[in-house]
Design a protein around this ligand. Sequence first.
Ligand SMILES: [Zn+2]
Length: 280
Amino acid sequence: MPELPEVETIRAGLQRYLPGRTVTAAQVLHPRSVRNHEPGPGHFAALLAGRKIVGTARRGKYLWLPLDSGDALLCHLGMSGQFLLKPAEEPAEKHLRVRLSFADDGPELRFVDQRIFGYLDYAEGGAELPASVAHIARDPLDPLFDDAEYSGRLRRKKTEVKRSLLDQTLISGIGNIYADEALWRSRLHWSHPVAELSEAKVAELLGHVRDVLREAVSQGGTSFDAQYVNVEGEGGYFALVISAYGREGQPCHRCATPIRRDPWMNRSAYSCPTCQPPAR
Ligand SMILES: [Zn+2]
């Protein structure tokens, strides 16, 4: 599942190819990929025709393309969504769902999504911030993220620290992989109650979250599954050294204790039993 670093890598790729280009046609090949647009696929396509893309934007895992009308083309990649820029004459991908053609002879934009948990939507007046994204908190790489406000809100919650990192109304863009990694670096057990974290510990955790995300962005995402590729169709390079996620039974990079996997909210939580003991 794409997380913030993957989505940011895709946004940066789109930024190189799209601003200034005018859409001539949008072709919706599967209605479920525009399911949130109630007037339907034909209406969606008609709204996009003739619009110029003026930039690219992201909050957490939401990506949008501001348009010259003040609206935006909004996207969530879901589990398997991909944006690809391909010459129009290249054959369609098996799971191609939406295709945007442009008034120039540059590459077309293809939204490919095998499992169709992702979607595109036309966000009226959404160039600055689409209404459906407004409930999502800023992500920790956003220059306007307010550390003090976050720390205060977090420490008043009755929840566990890993759960809080995945709560998109508190902080956005962190998924399972990067949450486990930041907790390992912070020596915090996933079940630690946030109300018991000191202000200094929250600051330390936030620092590790940012480091992990920045390292992953600089490597172009971690590409844990084959679904994630950048706009040129290449996967990440596995260059980010992962110390927790997916390493059950393998030695901790700090103390050599085998990493433990716990079932957690229908998923898994990975931690080092020695470096990250549960709070008592
Ligand atoms: Zn350890």
